[in-house]
Design a binder for this molecule. Sequence first.
Ligand code: SF4
Length: 484
Amino acid sequence: MEDCACGSTRKEVSGAGGEGFEKVGPDGTPTGEPSRADEKGLVARCDAPPSGASWPRFVLTAVLALLRALLSALLHAARANPRPLLAAPPSPTPPPPSAACDGVEDDPAIAPEDGLPPEHLLEHTADSLAARVSARLGRGGSLARAVYREYCGGGGACGWAEEVRRAARPLAARVRGLCDTTPPLALEAGAAPPAAGETEKYVLRAADGAEVEMVAMPAPGVEAGWSLCVSTQVGCRMGCTFCETGRMGLLRNLTVAEVVAQLAVARFALRLRVANVVFMGMGEPLDNVDVLIRSIRVMIDPLGFCLPLKNITVSTSGEAKNVYTLVDALPSVRMAFSIHSGDEAMRSRLMPINRRVPLAEFAEAMRYYLRKTKRRITIQYVLLAGENDSASEAATLAAFLRTVGPAARFHVNLIPYNEQSKPRYRTPSHQACVAFKVALMQEGYFAKIRETRGDAKMAACGQVLPARLEFKSSCTHVPAVIIS
Ligand code: SF4
């Protein structure tokens, strides 16, 4: 018998239902009401807590019940929401936008990337410029494209367009700070566009004083359009014996900006409608193949100069391994192959490169070009009086071309030699040129004799040479462009 916390008295009982307590009256008679304080936890029979010595047990039971309820609530919450109960560490607070973006005066030090001088804008396509600006500034890609379009597509190559400066001056200034925009090549003072139908040679001067020649010719079949013959090197190391540039040796390669600048000068300074670009100026284009490929990509960028790739022709004297590189990079590029003789010994004498890259190796590269591009091949053949202009030489050329592909895939340009300041060869007579052409056509090949344009100004094929050299002349890689 013991006192219950509810003020009643209770006694311990046991039976079939188990052991427990029941309330009893003052006389010890059971009242019939259950007692809640079941020490063994079998049945809850009393709402009031126990008193006296039972308090510790009651508190313990209550604490355990509380913990059970808490645990149950947590499990329920975890099932309802699978997020980790422990909060992730807070991400670092993003830095506040630089005040420099709001005013160029606040950021005077726009340091060149990696300590290197800034790249020239003409080295870039719109995409590569946007990527460079975004990587550097964290934003500005769209503006970079707008700036690029203005600079390369709208005549801004000679300076920054005022509206771009006004529209987004601070960021545009930062974009500008990441790129060099000074003209890479300077046009001669007083240079003027060629007269209609005339060919003109221009000497452009680089920052280091190197002279680069560029020739503008009327574009065949394009009303008021021009073909631009551009250079890829200052001088050339191929040493073709009929070429003025070859006599210089190689002074240096041009950069992408310097190659593209020739197109910019023709378009924006001379105001020429350039329909075609031919890589037949100073140098062997495939001897500077990386720059060549990047330059073409800039020239065909729709946001920039937007020249169709089919309107660009690359000529080579025989750098066979780089034919694969070029064709793989730009599968629809047009190429012209300078052969000048189908005979191994004769070609080695005319073109020293043939000793390093013989005709068979060159033919393999030409076959690759045919397979990849599905285009016709243009063959360049300079006619040298008494050297390679006989009917038997025509048959030898035809025999070589047959090893490359069917006759229908060839277009042969015959270019009478342009006598130069110190001529090593003689110009063949018109009759000799016609006889060679007829002999070639009898072999099944389509051939045309190209009218040599620009020879009076030493701007014709094989005559591109800076005026400062002793044997004053101008020059162009191989006479291909002098097309009538
Ligand atoms: S013809 Fe072309 S490859 Fe040959 S020396 Fe002249 S520029 Fe160089």
